[in-house]
Ligand binder design. Structure first.
Ligand code: CU
Length: 68
């Protein structure tokens, strides 16, 4: 399943890299790309192993705000 997570505006490209690395390490994630300019995370995941909500939690646990 592929989903896009919209975050509040990212402060710098390092934020995007940090979120991307954390998502890539999360269980069940097949691929993750964070677009710094758009403040969006594109994630492809195995829905039998994780959920969109869990992935949003990965982002919020790093201190970033998920809009939708
Ligand atoms: Cu930053």
């Amino acid at each position: 399943m592929k989903k896009t997570i919209q975050m509040e505006e990212l402060v710098c490209p390092m934020c995007a890299q940090k979120i991307e690395a954390a998502l890539q390490k999360a269980p069940g994630v097949l691929s993750a790309t964070v677009l710094y300019n758009a403040s969006k995370a594109k994630v492809e995941f195995d829905e039998s192993r994780t959920s969109l909500e869990s992935l949003k939690e990965v982002i919020t646990s790093l201190g970033y705000v998920v809009i939708k």
